[in-house]
Design a protein around this ligand. Structure first.
Ligand code: DQQ
Length: 543
C-alpha cells in the first residue's frame, strides 16, 4: 500500500528486504567502500544473524552483494555477530567478529578475504584456528562481544577492545596479539563505569585537537585526545566521552568524570545505536555509521517487508571551539545528490507565526537554516527561579508549549491541517545564574495520526558560543528525519511514520512559538537524490 511503500528511504542505506541491525567492519579497500551489517535474511525481525554486504564508490549509491558470512560453523551457528576490520601494513584485511556458538557462548573469530585481489571482497574465509578468543573465567559467557578495529601499539603489537560487564559495571577490556590468533588480556581495564550495564559495540579512536581531518586508529601523541564510545544495552543509546589514553598502562581517563561514558554525552539524542567508526584513508577522515531501528510496530515491519536503516555516514572530529564535544556532519558526498535549491533570506518570524515554504516535493530534503535573535530581548529574560524545574525537551510538552524564547524552528512532513507534523526546534532558557541554555529538540508527538508508533520528544542542550547564530541542518528522507545543530555539536535522529503528510501532501513550514521574541530565519533547501531514484529505494549507478 502507498503509505507503507512511501516509508522506504531514498538516500539512507537499507538492505531493501528483511531485518538489519549493527554496521559491521566498514572499510575502504581498492577504491570501494564496504559496508557489512547484521542481517536477518529470513524476516523483517531480528533472528539468525549473518553478515550482509554492500559496496559503494561514494557511500551514497550502493550495490548489494551476496551475504559475506553465514552461520555455518559450530562457533557461529547461533549468529555471526558484530565485528570490525583491520587493515594490516601490507594492505591485507583481517576481520574479527563475535560468534554465538552452538551453546550460545560468545567467542571471537577471525576471517579474511578469500581473494584479496577482488576489490568487491565477495568471498570470505573463516580461520581454522577459530574461535581465537573465548570469554575469560570472570566474564559471563554471554557478555563478551563486538571486537573493535585493532591498532599497532608502540611495542609493535596489535591491540583491540572488547565490551563486557561484571554485575552492573560496564567494562572495556584490551587484548594484545601478534598474529590475531593468540591473545594476551591486559591486566588493566581500558575503562569501566559502575551502574551502566553491558557495553555493546565499544569504539575507541583518536581525534586531533588542532586538525579537522580524521586520524588512523593507532595514532597517539601530543595534541591528540581519545574518544571512548559504548552502546548501552540498558537504554539502547550510544554514549561517548573524550579523554586521555595511556598506551603504556592501557587505560583511558575521561576529561570530565561528570560526562563519563554512559552518563553524559550521546552521539545522538534520538534513535541511534550500535554505531561504529572507521578511518577512511581515501579522504583522511573518520566516518561514523549507525543502525537506526524502526519505531513503529513489528506487525507494520512485517507488512512492509523490511526493518531498519543506517543513518547517513557522518564525519566525526573534535569540536575545535569547545574542545569538549564531537562534531558530526553528513559526509560531503551527500551534497552531490542535491538539486533544486530554494533560498529564503531573512524571513521575519513574529511571535506565534507559521510560514509555509514552497519548495516543491518534501519527502527527500536537505534543509539548512540559520536563526538570528534580538540580543536585547535575550538580555531582558528573567533567570529561572530557585527551585523551578529545569527545561528538558522530553518533559515540557513539545513544540506546542510556548515560552518567552522558544520554541522556534522548522516543521517537516506536515499535512495541510497540521494534524501531522514533525517540528525540529530551538528553545532557549536563562539558567539560575543568568546563563543562556539552548536546547535542540525534535517533537514526534504529532508526527503521525497512527496509534502504533513511537511519539517521544527528543533532544538536549547544545553549546552556543558568543556571537554564534543558531543553526540547524535537517535531512528528511521519507520515514527518517536527522537533525544537526550548531554544525553537528548535537544531533537527533527520529523515525516518523506520517499517514497523510506523504508524497505531494507533505509540506514544510518555519514557525516561531516564542511569546516575546521575533526570530529572523535564513535558509536553503535542496531536493535529495530525486533524479537518481524514484523515491522507493536504491538505484545502482555503476562505476
Ligand atoms: N547486536 C549484535 C551484537 C551486539 C548487538 C547482535 C548490538 O554483537 O552486541 O546482532 O546491537
Amino acid at each position: 500500500d502507498d503509505m507503507l511503500s512511501w516509508q522506504m528511504p531514498a538516500f539512507h542505506f537499507t538492505p531493501g528486504k528483511n531485518w538489519m541491525n549493527d554496521p559491521n567492519g566498514p572499510v575502504f579497500y581498492k577504491g570501494w567502500y564496504h559496508l557489512f551489517y547484521q542481517y536477518s535474511p529470513a524476516a523483517p525481525v531480528w533472528g539468525l544473524i549473518v553478515w550482509g554486504h554492500a559496496v559503494s564508490r561514494d557511500m551514497v549509491h550502493w550495490r548489494h552483494l551476496p551475504i559475506a558470512m553465514e552461520t555455518d560453523k559450530w562457533y557461529d551457528v547461533n549468529g555471526v555477530w558484530t565485528g570490525s576490520t583491520t587493515i594490516l601494513p601490507n594492505n591485507e584485511l583481517v576481520v574479527l567478529y563475535t560468534g554465538s556458538t552452538n551453546e550460545s557462548v560468545q567467542v571471537q573469530n577471525l576471517a579474511y578475504p578469500a581473494n584479496p585481489s577482488d576489490p568487491l571482497l565477495v568471498n570470505w574465509v573463516k580461520d581454522p584456528a577459530n574461535p581465537v578468543l573465548v570469554p575469560p573465567k570472570w566474564i559471563n559467557i554471554k557478555d563478551f562481544r563486538d571486537p573493535t578495529t585493532a591498532w599497532l601499539t608502540p611495542e609493535g603489537r596489535w591491540r583491540m577492545v572488547i565490551g563486557t560487564k561484571v554485575n552492573r559495571t560496564g567494562i572495556a577490556i584490551l587484548y594484545d596479539t601478534d598474529d590475531f590468533k593468540s591473545y594476551d588480556l591486559l591486566d588493566t581495564k581500558l575503562h569501566q563505569v559502575d551502574g551502566t550495564g553491558m557495553w555493546e559495540c565499544v569504539d575507541f579512536f583518536p581525534v586531533s585537537k588542532n586538525e579537522s581531518g580524521g586520524l588512523d586508529t593507532g595514532v597517539i601523541g601530543p595534541g591528540i585526545k581519545h574518544v571512548l564510545k559504548a552502546s548501552m544495552d540498558d537504554d539502547r543509546c550510544d554514549y561517548y566521552a573524550i579523554g586521555d589514553y595511556n598506551p603504556k598502562t592501557g587505560t583511558w581517563v575521561p576529561d570530565n568524570p561528570k560526562i563519563d561514558v554512559g552518563i553524559g554525552l550521546r552521539y545522538d539524542y534520538g534513535i541511534y545505536y550500535a554505531s561504529k567508526t572507521f578511518y577512511d584513508q581515501n579522504k583522511e577522515r573518520r566516518i561514523l555509521w549507525s543502525w537506526i531501528k524502526e519505531t513503529d510496530s513489528e506487525s507494520s515491519d512485517i507488512k512492509k517487508g523490511w526493518a531498519s536503516l543506517m543513518a547517513v555516514p557522518r564525519t566525526v572530529a573534535l569540536d575545535p571551539l569547545t574542545g569538549s564535544n564531537l562534531l558530526q556532519w553528513p559526509i560531503e558526498e551527500l551534497e552531490n545528490i542535491r538539486s533544486n535549491l530554494n533560498e529564503f533570506n531573512e524571513v521575519k518570524l513574529e511571535p506565534g507565526s507559521l510560514v509555509p515554504l514552497n519548495v516543491g516535493p518534501t519527502s527527500q530534503l536537505d534543509i539548512m537554516v540559520e536563526f538570528e535573535l534580538d540580543k536585547k530581548l535575550t538580555d531582558s529574560l528573567l533567570p529561572l527561579k530557585a527551585g523551578s524545574v529545569p527545561y528538558n525537551c522530553a518533559g515540557h510538552g513539545g513544540a506546542g508549549v510556548r515560552d518567552a524564547l522558544g520554541p522556534f524552528g522548522v516543521l517537516v512532513l506536515a499535512n495541510k491541517n497540521l494534524t501531522e507534523h514533525t517540528p525540529a526546534y530551538f528553545y532557549i532558557v536563562k539558567g539560575k545564574k543568568g546563563e543562556l541554555d539552548t536546547f535542540f529538540c525534535i517533537d514526534q508527538s504529532r508526527s503521525s495520526i497512527a496509534k502504533d508508533v513511537d511519539k517521544s520528544i527528543y533532544g538536549s542542550t547544545v553549546p552556543v558560543l558568543e556571537g554564534e547564530k543558531l543553526s540547524m541542518r535537517i535531512l528528511v528522507d521519507h520515514s527518517i528525519v536527522e537533525g544537526y545543530a550548531q554544525g553537528g555539536r548535537s544531533c537527533i535522529t527520529s523515525r516518523v511514520y506520517p499517514t497523510e503528510a506523504i508524497n505531494d501532501d507533505a509540506q514544510i513550514f518555519l514557525f516561531n512559538n516564542a511569546t516575546s521574541i521575533t526570530v529572523t530565519a535564513s535558509l536553503k533547501t535542496w531536493q535529495m537524490g530525486v533524479s537518481s531514484t524514484n523515491g522507493s529505494g536504491w538505484v545502482w549507478i555503476g562505476p
